[in-house]
Each structure stands twice: as C-alpha cells, then as structure tokens.
Design a protein around this ligand. Sequence first.
Ligand code: MN
Length: 229
Amino acid sequence: MTSDPVVQWQPPLLAVADSGVFPLRQVWCVGRNYAEHAREMGVDPERSEPVFFAKPAACMHQQRSVTYPADTTELHHEVELVVFLSGGGRNLAADDWEQHIFGYAVGVDLTRRDLQARFKQSGQPWELSKGFDQAAPIGRIVPASDWKPEPSAAIELQVNGAVRQQATLAAMLWSVPVLLEQLSRSVTLGAGDALMTGTPAGVGPLQVDDRVTARIHGLPVLEFSVREQ
Ligand code: MN
C-alpha cells in the first residue's frame, strides 16, 4: 500500500501595513473603469459595461523588482486601486458592501499589450496577456478602518520620475460597491479575494531598468524596478 503524496502549499501571504498578513485566494480585475482609458483603448465608455477578468493569485506580490516577462516587447503599466475582501457571498447589495472589505492597496496590473492585441484580434481569450509571473505588484495593504477610497484621492504612476498616469478616484466609472455588486451576480466572492479596479489613461510601455512609482493618496507607495530576464 502506498501513501498519498503530500502537497506542500500555502496561499500567497501579502504584507499588511504595521502588522499581519492577508492570505490571497483569487484576483479579479475590471477593465475600462476610467472613461479616458477606455477611449485610449478604442472603446466608447458611454456604451461599455465593466469587463471582468482574473489573474492567477500567484501573480500578486510585493517584491521590489519585476523581471521583464517572456513573450512580449510591450509590457504596459496600469496603476489601480486594489480592494481586499474579508468576506463576501453572492448578489452583494451595494449598500451592504463595507462589512466585506478588509483593506486597500495600490497595485499595477502589468499587461503584455502586444499579446493582448493579438488575442483580441483573433477572438481568443487574453489570459496570458494578464496572467504571468509577477504580473500584479502591489504595495502594503492598509486596513479599511484606516483608509477609505475618497473620490478626491489622487492616483498616479511615475516611470523614472516622470508622470505617466494621473487622475483621481472620482474618475472611476463604477465605484467599489457597484463593482462588487455586479461581479457577485456572476461569482461567489469571499475572504481572501482581491479586486483590481481598473486604470486611468496614460498606460504605456516599460523598459528594462525602469523605476516605477505608483501612488494613491494615503496608501503606502508602491515602488519596483524592471529587471532583465
Ligand atoms: Mn487593468
């Protein structure tokens, strides 16, 4: 008689500001949540609905450098507010969302844009343009008791000190509660889930040796560099 193989694994553990960790279960993302970004991607924001997609949880990390990925010559930055859940369920009501929020962080939804364009053109799913090693760097998570997403909060991304993306959270087409309400009509949300809430205009390519600084007012700054393979 042979014994069952033992699988050693634990979920990604993300650092929380001051102390503690957040065990990550799954990462949802939304596309086209800022009108100017929808336009720069060739989509009419008046006619668009939130587009939900996922990244593998293993993509999310807090390392200080990202290795330039394979299969692209066009690695794009997308600065985003990231929401972390302590609970959830199906069909969440937009007026009862706050009890499910664990906290918030600033993150970057790294995208292999050339690959995404090819997948879109051929009508194929574009997971691999969004899901690859280190594709979701985030800053430290701040508990919801210490920070709320005020519409006036500035969201910004700099590359080597030059501003590339700049907006306020007021420019989000769908607020955090509306996104949670809509996504939970389709999937069960739960403790350990993250939602990347979309990016403002100004997305663009990163090069090896670039230094990226991503900020949302009041949250710990996210800084990382891009390293050669
Ligand atoms: Mn994005």
